[in-house]
Design a protein around this ligand. Structure first.
Ligand code: GLA
Length: 376
């Protein structure tokens, strides 16, 4: 079974857009394990749009662009597999992909078979140029059915940006993850807007079909295809923490071949990733503070009875986060408190009863694992 926990990997789009090649994919696969990415849980190496020629061949099959992939896609997939990774590719439910390449409408079974024959393990399926006369859920059901009958386990990553209330029907199409937002950009406004757009929609994410709030921009620093501005490392930390606690799939979007130490330590923070990869996949719930503070609080119930607790200052001035334990079901009279471990500082902070309060600079966050302890 696929996607018991949120899928993790890398996708070419955020940094490279149309500028992709066998050399890029091999170079990315080569360095993956040296960086400890597989060990941290990243498994899927995914090629996004612009990998094919603009026309199908005379028999109606998709053709990898020979200038970019001179040895075809099976060779690329084999290479990726030889590194212990899984290989992903991209198509679209409409009449063309978003960048104008052939897509899979009316070719669903043939394309699913082509992908299976190449050794594809993951298909991102976009929504551009959707035909008006066919409802979106039918388009995804078609490809969901074709993939499940292709003879290969292929993770189905739906990408319709939350259109047509897809959170209500996407699970029934067989999709394992679904984009619920427009495209991310490498700047704080975009991260903030995406995170806040999910307020009260968190409950649609669950094992085998996760709410995907788009690929990560951590480590892009304003370079690449969606790099419009760039962020500071603290902002990237907040971005990563939000995506982890909100159960989003984690698809790296920077050029991992040149990532710096700060990026590496964010993307491989195993204590934060553990929140994201908790086996029960319970979605975090969000909590407004009584004073309408810009500091948002997320609580994620974990399989072992502990909680992931994140404080996120989404505002542009210093803020304070205060969690009243009563609000998560822990009363003062229970005789229990919470032991807090800081997942970015990697240190135990202590035991608190009744509440926990922290101050946060603009765009900063604090993320904890809190465990119940007897205090009386
Ligand atoms: C859409 C998707 C992006 C990316 C591009 C490719 O915009 O939302 O994630 O796949 O298409 O053209």
């Amino acid at each position: 079974m696929l996607a018991q926990t949120p899928p993790m990997g890398w996708n070419s789009w955020n940094t490279f857009g149309w500028d992709i090649s066998e050399e890029l994919i091999k170079g990315t696969a080569d360095i993956w394990n040296d960086l400890g990415l597989l060990d941290a849980g990243y498994q899927y190496l995914v090629i996004d749009d612009c990998w094919s020629l603009k026309e199908r061949d005379k028999n109606g099959y998709l053709v990898p662009d020979p200038n970019k992939f001179p040895n075809g896609m099976k060779a690329v997939a084999d290479y990726v597999h030889s590194k212990g990774l899984k290989f992903g590719i991209y198509s679209c439910a409409g009449t063309m992909t978003c960048a104008g390449h052939p897509s899979s409408l009316e070719h669903e079974f043939a394309d699913a078979q082509t992908f299976a024959d190449w050794g594809v393990d993951f298909l991102k399926y976009d929504y551009c140029y959707k035909p008006h006369n066919i409802p979106g859920h039918i388009l995804y059901k078609r490809m969901g059915m074709a993939l499940r009958n292709s003879g290969r386990d292929i993770l189905f990553s739906a990408c319709n940006w939350g259109s047509d209330n897809c959170h209500e029907w996407i699970r029934s199409t067989g999709a394992h993850m679904f984009r619920s937002t427009g495209d991310i950009q490498d700047n704080w406004e975009s991260i903030k807007n995406i995170a806040l757009s999910q307020w009260n929609k968190e409950f649609y994410s669950a094992p085998y079909c996760y709410n995907d709030i788009d690929m990560l921009v951590v480590g892009m620093y304003g370079k690449g295809n969606v790099a419009l501005g760039g962020c500071s490392d603290e902002e990237y930390k907040t971005h990563f923490s939000l995506w982890c606690i909100m159960n989003s799939p984690l698809m790296i979007g920077c050029d991992i071949r040149s990532m710096n130490e700060a990026t590496h330590s964010i993307l491989t923070n195993k204590e934060v990733i553990a929140l994201n990869q908790d086996p029960e996949g319970r979605q975090a719930y969000s909590m407004e503070q009584w004073n309408n503070s810009d500091v948002k609080i997320y609580i994620k119930p974990m399989t072992d009875g502990s909680f992931g607790i994140g404080f996120f200052n989404m505002g542009d001035s210093d803020g304070e986060g205060s969690l009243q334990f009563w609000d998560i079901g822990l009363t003062a009279s229970s005789g229990y408190g919470l032991h807090f471990r800081d997942l970015w500082e990697h240190e135990d902070v202590g035991v608190f009863t009744e509440n926990y309060t922290c101050k946060l600079k603009p765009h900063h966050c604090k993320v904890f694992r809190a465990r119940l302890v007897k205090t009386k």
